[in-house]
Design a protein around this ligand. Sequence first.
Ligand SMILES: Cc1cc2nc3c(=O)[nH]c(=O)nc-3n(C[C@H](O)[C@H](O)[C@H](O)COP(=O)(O)OP(=O)(O)OC[C@H]3O[C@@H](n4cnc5c(N)ncnc54)[C@H](O)[C@@H]3O)c2cc1C
Length: 373
Amino acid sequence: MHKHSDLLVIGSGIIGLATAFLAHEQGRSVRVIERDDRPVGSSIQNFGHACFTGQADLIQGVADRARTGWLNAAERAGFWAAESGTYIPATTETEQQILREFAEHRGPDQVTWLSRSEVAAAIGNPVLAALSGVHLPRDMRVNPREAVPVLARWLAAQGVDFAWNTQVTAVADGVAETNRGDYTASEVVVCPGYRLGHLFPDLADSHGVRTCTLVMSLIDRPYAVPAELAMLTGTSLARYEGFTAMPYAPELRRELAEREPELVDCTANLMVTGLPDGLLIGDSHAYAASPEPFIDEHIGNLLLARATHVLGITAPVVRQRWLGRYADSRSTNLVLERPDQRTTVAVVTSGIGMTLSFGIADLALSGGSVPGF
Ligand SMILES: Cc1cc2nc3c(=O)[nH]c(=O)nc-3n(C[C@H](O)[C@H](O)[C@H](O)COP(=O)(O)OP(=O)(O)OC[C@H]3O[C@@H](n4cnc5c(N)ncnc54)[C@H](O)[C@@H]3O)c2cc1C
């Protein structure tokens, strides 16, 4: 039997580490248990885009707390976090109409209208074929390959215990059984991401949790494109719930089906974020209980061609491709359940877990919920 802690966190992805960070700030003794020898899950595979503004109205309070959490954690742990916002070029009248509706709905603090030349300059392509665009100034960027490992190292240096290479096999009533013995705590927060079904199969079944796979690329970043860039496109306006709530959203879906059938076929959310030494380009979405491991070269090339066209990059140099994975559900964006009095399970079941992480951690620790999300 290992020593007792106030809080056990299962999983060292961003949901687990955000929970550990907040609990540590509250002065609680915290231990994190992780099956791998370092964080290698969804939280390092993504765009590092904290897209607060595009989320549904219902979740804006949680998004605000997440934003505060990211800023605090970045300052304390010393990882890069840029309050650089998101740029969205409007390339058709329909995209422009949705952005107009969204700008009116959220107001000038959240949405800044840009001329064609302003949005072109911001994304680094002076010949961008756009009508206009917007900037969402509250959105943030982190480097996903840096933020999560640095936060884990910083927490460890502050006295949070990490049990790496330790697979949890069952959790109930303040006891986590693992392949290296049992751990006990006053409270356990379980953040296993897309592996939820291995620990809580009934919960995973009842929420229809499945795995989403996404084709991603890292290319060299031309000097003209800023390292802190976050750019969404028309397919993103058909995806994030803040935009899809706008009256013109059905028209955009019709337009995309005609104009970009290949992107619609692979359920693309065409977007780009910058890193000091590269650009992250993606993504497609495929859903399965147990996904195929293969990367479809056609989808990778399609996303690359469309993204580099918007950015005016003529000869992209691909450095990496990977198939990202995250937990998904058709019926909910969030599994936040309390199977017994000492156990909370927290899994974001759509591709917005980086964005909401610190807000979800706050809910998990405070006993809160977001009905209907
Ligand atoms: C390609 C891609 C792009 C994305 N883009 C964005 C984006 O731009 N913005 C955004 O907000 N979100 C984005 N997301 C989603 C986001 O990455 C996820 O929602 C988020 O990282 C989930 O965090 P997590 O901590 O739940 O999962 P993970 O990071 O997967 O962490 C879960 C951890 O739990 C561990 N674990 C699981 N089971 C056990 C067990 N039994 N015992 C011990 N340890 C266990 C795993 O090993 C893992 O380390 C993207 C995801 C992908 C894949």
